[in-house]
Design a binder for this molecule. Structure first.
Ligand code: ADP
Ligand code: MG
Ligand code: ZN
Length: 413
């Protein structure tokens, strides 16, 4: 499974053209790839579909998706097919059911969408036993609960089907679930309580700060002194990782490097040491972090700009999964933006505009005098309070002189 995780990023890019996961997508996908049943509560538009479609492409066999409405299924089918995913629906409205069933049995489908009433029929169970099922995805999973706002009795009939294939992981998805409904979904679908992942993009225990880089090594040393707990420092290149790891190790703190240029054995060893440690610092490229379950990471630092706001959110999101106070600090330089703009000209033409937008959004986050959290959450389509009280701009509002200096730096980039 560990080998599947880097592959997930490749598959994400190859299948959907996305360069990063959003929010909890990474966490959900890594659980699914590890065969762990999960209930993901994610806001609408957060990208729930991808959390089963990507594993569906990566895993052997077919992902069976239960969805409550034919119209919804057909929308999903269209977008999946447009991405080159081998998908079909099996509903009373389909005239090519025999063809679909043959494709399914031959292992030629990544995704098979069915309505709950079909899924609960005995001959459907028989059909599944003759094919290979990689995953059960239950969309709009609140329909299984009488506590939810949209109870569908047919959803209750799914359980025997799921239980007939105990080795197949279950992924339940919903945007709307209060406490009662969540607990009920877990119980009704037979998912363990620790399989619950709730998105809501805000990570209130993370304190955000974004500062101009002056002397990265000195700034990072100060950060390490102020933060004795485990932390991750992201650096842009392998060479920079090695160099910073060496410099920072000289402070006496346990510091290890992690990047794709190290042998798999050393990477595995460094990662295991970090996960087990209560004070270690990992200096890493973005190759580090996906699927790593370490809840007590106390700080994440960027010694250079991330690729995008999504990347920033994903990387800083590795801090404080246990809910305890944690910090995310970015040390940026005008030269980072300059280099990123040069790289833009090397990107294929059809992707240039979207890549430029990503960079502009990131520059917006860096140069804002407003609450960082508010800018971040608005980027993800939320409607946050204007101030959070837990970011640099809220805690020490920048003066006009600071802003002029910032604008000068960014313009020179
Ligand atoms: P939900 O089911 O949570 O409402 P969808 O799966 O319909 O969300 O996805 C919402 C939109 O977000 C879609 O247009 C999808 O292509 C886009 N999206 C999903 N994941 C990503 C990602 N990692 N990067 C960029 N866009 C994404
Ligand atoms: Mg959806
Ligand atoms: Zn704030």
């Amino acid at each position: 499974v560990a080998d599947l995780l880097p592959d997930a990023l490749d598959a994400l890019h190859a299948t959907f053209g996305f360069t990063a996961f959003r929010g909890v997508q990474e966490h959900v996908v890594s659980r699914v790839l590890a065969g762990q049943s999960t209930l993901a509560v994610m806001p609408t538009g957060a990208g729930k579909s991808l959390t089963y479609q990507l594993p569906a492409v990566m895993l052997e066999g077919t992902c069976v998706v239960v969805s409550p409405l034919i119209a919804l299924m057909h929308d999903q089918l269209r977008s999946a097919t447009a991405n080159g995913i081998r998908a079909a629906t099996l509903t009373s409205a389909d005239t090519d059911r025999e063809v679909t069933i043959d494709r399914f049995r031959e292992g030629e489908l990544d995704l098979l969408y069915v309505a709950p009433e079909r899924a609960s029929q005995p001959h459907f169970r028989e059909l599944l036993s003759k094919a290979r099922v990689s995953l059960f995805a239950i969309d709009e999973a609140h329909c299984v609960s009488e506590w939810g706002h949209d109870f569908r009795p047919d959803y209750r009939l799914l359980r025997p089907l799921l239980d007939a294939f105990p080795q197949v992981p279950r992924l339940a998805l919903t945007a709307t679930a209060d406490h009662h409904t969540r607990a009920d979904i877990l119980a009704q679908l037979g998912i363990a309580d620790d399989g619950l992942i709730v998105a809501g993009f805000d990570r209130p225990n993370i304190r955000y700060a974004i500062r101009p880089r002056e002397n990265a090594a000195r700034q990072l040393k100060t950060l390490l002194e102020e933060n004795p707990g485990p932390g991750i420092i992201y650096a842009p290149t392998r060479a920079r990782v090695e160099q910073l790891a060496e410099t920072l190790a000289a402070t006496g703190r346990r510091v290890l490097p992690y990047h794709a240029g190290l042998s798999p054995e050393i990477r595995a060893r460094n990662q295991a040491a970090f996960v087990a440690s209560e004070d270690m610092v990992m200096v890493a490229t973005v190759a580090f972090g996906m699927g790593i379950d370490k809840p007590d990471v106390r700080f994440v630092a960027h010694a250079g700009i991330p690729k995008s706001i999504e990347g920033y959110y994903q990387e800083t999101g590795r801090a404080g999964r246990d809910g305890d106070p944690s910090v995310a600090v970015m040390f940026w330089g005008a030269d980072d933006f300059a280099r990123a703009r040069i790289r833009l000209s090397e990107v294929e033409e059809r992707r240039q505009q979207s890549e430029r937008q990503r960079l502009d959004s990131l520059a917006g986050l860096v140069e804002t005098a407003q609450c960082r959290r508010a800018v971040l959450l608005r980027h993800f389509g939320e409607d946050p309070a204007p101030t959070c009280g837990n970011c640099d701009n809220c805690l020490e509002p920048p003066g006009v002189a600071d802003m002029t200096e910032l604008a000068r730096k960014l313009l020179s980039a």
